[in-house]
Ligand binder design. Structure first.
Ligand SMILES: *[C@@H]1O[C@H](CO)[C@@H](O)[C@H](O)[C@H]1NC(C)=O
Ligand SMILES: *[C@@H]1O[C@H](CO)[C@@H](O)[C@H](O)[C@H]1NC(C)=O
Ligand SMILES: *[C@@H]1O[C@H](CO)[C@@H](O)[C@H](O)[C@H]1NC(C)=O
Length: 308
């Protein structure tokens, strides 16, 4: 009886060490979600005698962000707590274990943090030859935004002949810990004001809403600002303790939007070749998500020229 038990233990131990070389004996979820909880715990466990934990590594698409230590229990569990989880924490977390007489092994989880939109930057620009002024707000939002509205001096701006308000999918810069910036899929919202009929100076507000809250970006446009480019790193958004699960429905919705934008883009491109004149004839249409996308081919050109 006793020999049988010993035999069994040896077999299972041998099997464990063997699979460990591929990191299989580490238990760690593939994805970790943060949904506005005060903190998130990531647990990495292993059941190999003699294994010793090393620090966790936070990275974003292979870019090193920081090293972290969690609490170690009995050399079998390494629990990393992330307090006040925010978009600064997004990315991959890898736990490492040193194995007795073997190379160390590791396993990675991806932390998905949802919450109100984060504005990465804004820009005010104009072109003297073009009788219009552009306000541009770049932001990251997970889940996808459900609504975006512009206000001037507290009055809501409705799209019309004087204003256009397109939104594009675009890579934006997001600040993670240790002031490291990474590129991530985000959005660019424009407000174009056609100046011939309107005085553009004023306090503009871009209000972005998603399932997790509202983010406001204030742009104070003064007369002298209109001929100069300005950028600013957005200040920390108060209460931006982020969270929400990337539900598959939202993800599908986002994909649908991308397809939608591409479709409209192509459509407008074809139209544009026969009329080189700048003409604002945006399409305003419900997308398959609960938000909307307002697409305007002309502004695609403006943003392109501007970033070149
Ligand atoms: C993590 O483990 C994999 C094998 O599972 C290995 O290829 C990779 O180099 C390891 N990463 C580090 C940083 O050691
Ligand atoms: C510590 O881990 C070992 C195996 O690695 C296990 O036999 C033991 O029961 C654990 N002790 C506690 C207190 O969990
Ligand atoms: C982000 O994108 C910009 C422009 O596309 C590029 O210049 C920059 O190097 C990128 N940064 C990172 C961290 O990849």
């Amino acid at each position: 009886m006793n020999t049988m038990v010993t035999f069994f233990v040896l077999i299972s131990l041998g099997k464990e060490i063997q699979t460990c070389q591929e990191g299989d004996c580490i238990k760690l979820e593939r994805y970790t979600y943060s949904n506005s909880e005060p903190s998130v715990d990531i647990e990495c466990s292993i059941h190999v005698p003699g294994a010793r934990p090393r620090s966790w590594i936070h990275s974003f698409k292979s870019k090193f962000i920081r090293k972290l230590w969690g609490r170690v229990f009995n050399n079998t569990r390494h629990v990393l707590s992330i307090p006040f989880c925010s978009t600064m924490d997004i990315g991959q977390y890898t736990c490492f274990w040193d194995m007795p007489g073997n190379p160390s092994i590791n396993k990675t989880t991806t932390l998905i943090v949802n919450g109100p939109a984060i504005v990465s930057s804004h820009l005010v620009y104009t072109r003297t030859t073009w009788a219009e002024m552009n306000l541009k707000v770049m932001f990251y939002s997970h889940p996808i935004p459900t609504q975006l509205k512009w206000y001037v001096n507290d009055k809501e701006i409705k799209p019309g002949p004087k204003y256009s308000q397109p939104i594009y999918f675009e890579t934006v810069s997001l600040r993670l810990h240790d002031n490291i910036h990474v590129n991530i899929s985000g959005y660019t919202a424009y407000l174009t004001i056609h100046k011939d009929t309107y005085e553009p100076a004023g306090v503009y507000r871009c209000v972005i809403e998603n399932k997790f809250g509202t983010t406001k970006e204030i742009i104070n446009v003064k007369e002298e600002m209109m001929l100069q480019k300005t950028t600013k790193e957005s200040v920390a958004i108060i209460g931006a303790v982020l969270g929400a699960a990337l539900s598959s429905i939202l993800f599908v919705a986002l994909l649908c939007c991308v397809i939608f934008v591409k479709k409209i883009w192509r459509k407008n491109k074809a139209k544009k070749t026969d009329s080189p004149e700048l003409k604002v004839d945006g399409l305003y249409q419900d997308s398959s998500s609960d938000g909307y996308m307002y697409i305007d081919a002309c502004l695609t050109d403006i943003s392109r020229t501007n970033s070149e």
